[in-house]
Design a protein around this ligand. Structure first.
Ligand code: ACO
Length: 433
């Protein structure tokens, strides 16, 4: 491969033919080589896991994994976590700019207006077995929303798209809380629209009709920051799933349901649950060495959960905010000496000094401390990924809107075929074995 003098394109020689591949510059971060001309020359690229492949143009979120930088629409995540709210950040992700006071009021009002779900969804929930995992219920309930709004899911219509986005952001906390209530056999709690987004969710999750419910504002604030930190992360597995599903023209509720399914896996959103379980299993600092040794053993599939990231080869900036938030929450609750936090900090320190982790650039990710915060807020472990899904809905709808508002094609990766070459069908009576 050779590079043109002005570096606007690279040239590849395939079977003696010269193929010119344009190079495109991003506003920040790596350049990309456009490879469409390869197809015309009858050759594809091979990149399992999309390690070196950009799948789209996007102006929503920027991640520099080497430097440990994350920005939403140009604003550093640390600034947003300190000064913004989850709903304001949703507006920013969706519309591209921070809202004026009036715009934020209208946006918040619109979200409030849509918090209720159709009463028939209660019947849908009643069909689940009592021990159904809340992620299983959330995934199906979000998909089921498309049955209630079939007439307003024309993805080519900008108004329909916006309406579906508002409905998704507004209703997902309601459905998430219903999943939880169902799993513990308590009555569903209707939203109270006088409350802010995070408080309303916590109210639907933890209040019961038989007692008055008091919510500590520090708890509501911690939940709001947690949602904001999870709001978007460019083309991760679940967002790419949402985009791929939408590229066929599927409706937004079905696409977000697909995103929730992808998020569920322990290598993605399920890692916060796994990280907390791991910390509890470690139990005492004296067992940390054993877990580190297992994580380093190539014959043991065990990994340090909440450690490592496909993109971050430096500190995940969300993990740093999360660590501070964790300390604040525990201090506010009078448990700054929490054994779990102590174990997490010791584990982090030991891992970051270990050659295995240094060489592979493995740092704590967003999930390492979030489990401790959620546990301190009284959230049971099987709701952790559900809460991640509430936050990430903002990113999913922003990416859907971005993609559907531009020219796009159906997503259709190719493959390196490794099966049989063509052969003749063998009738049953002539087959051996
Ligand atoms: N513990 C121990 N070793 C690890 C870990 C870990 N957590 N993560 C990666 N490694 C090792 C791998 O074994 C591999 O070692 P090798 O080169 O000797 O084979 C090397 O580091 C590279 O790992 P890959 O799996 O190739 O990295 P990839 O980018 O594909 O995976 C992933 C990233 C899935 C996040 C991985 O680091 C992991 O499984 N972490 C634990 C799960 C987790 O915390 N997931 C949450 C991610 S954040 C999010 O989704 C919100």
């Amino acid at each position: 491969m050779s590079r043109s003098p002005n570096q606007q394109s690279v040239h590849l020689s395939v079977d003696g033919k010269d193929i010119e591949l344009p190079v495109r510059r991003s506003t920040q971060g790596q350049r990309v080589i456009e490879i469409e001309n390869l197809r015309k020359a009858g050759i594809f690229t091979y990149d399992p896991g999309f390690i070196a492949t950009a799948s789209c143009d996007s102006s929503i979120t920027f991640v520099d994994g080497e430097q440990g930088i994350l920005t939403y629409r140009g604003y550093p995540i640390e600034q947003l976590a300190s000064h913004s709210s989850h709903l304001e950040t949703c507006y920013l992700l969706f519309h591209g700019e921070l809202p004026s006071a009036t715009q934020l009021d209208e946006f918040t009002g619109s979200i409030r207006h849509h918090t209720l779900v159709h009463e028939h969804l209660v019947n849908f929930f009643r069909g689940f077995h009592a021990d159904a995992h809340p992620m299983a219920m959330l995934c199906s309930a979000v998909g089921a929303l498309s049955a209630f709004y079939h007439k307003t899911t024309d993805i080519t219509d900008a108004e329909d798209r916006e309406l579906s986005a508002m409905r998704l952001i507004a209703k997902i906390p309601t459905l998430a809380a219903m999943s939880y209530k169902h799993s513990i056999g308590q009555p569903y709690v209707y939203p109270d629209n006088s409350k802010d987004y995070a408080s309303n969710f916590l109210y639907m999750m933890f209040s019961t009709p038989c007692e008055s419910y008091h919510l500590d504002p520090a708890v509501a604030h911690a939940m709001d920051v947690l949602l904001l930190l999870h709001a978007d992360h460019e083309q991760n597995a679940s967002t790419s799933t949402v985009r791929l599903a939408a590229s066929s023209g599927a409706n937004p509720f079905a696409c977000v349901s697909a995103g929730i399914a992808s998020l569920w896996g322990p290598a993605h959103g399920g890692a916060n649950e796994a990280a907390l379980r791991m910390l509890m299993e470690i139990g005492d600092d004296k067992h940390i060495g054993k877990f580190i040794a297992r994580a380093k053993d190539p014959d043991d599939p065990f990994r340090l959960m909440g450690f490592g990231h496909r993109i971050y080869k430096n500190h995940d900036p969300r993990a740093r905010v999360m660590q501070q938030l964790c300390a604040q929450v525990l201090e506010a609750q009078g448990s700054s000496n929490s054994p779990l936090l102590r174990t997490a900090r010791t584990l982090e320190r030991i891992a970051l000094e270990d050659d295995y982790f240094i060489k592979r650039k493995l740092y704590p990710n967003v999930d390492f401390y979030s489990g401790i915060i959620l546990q301190a807020l009284g959230v049971p472990t099987d709701m952790f990924t559900v809460i991640f899904a509430i936050g990430r809905t903002a990113g999913w709808v922003a990416h859907l809107n971005e993609m559907l508002g531009t020219d796009y094609r159906i997503g259709r990766p190719r493959q390196l075929y490794t099966g049989f070459t063509e052969r003749d069908f063998v009738p049953l009576e002539r087959r051996e074995g």
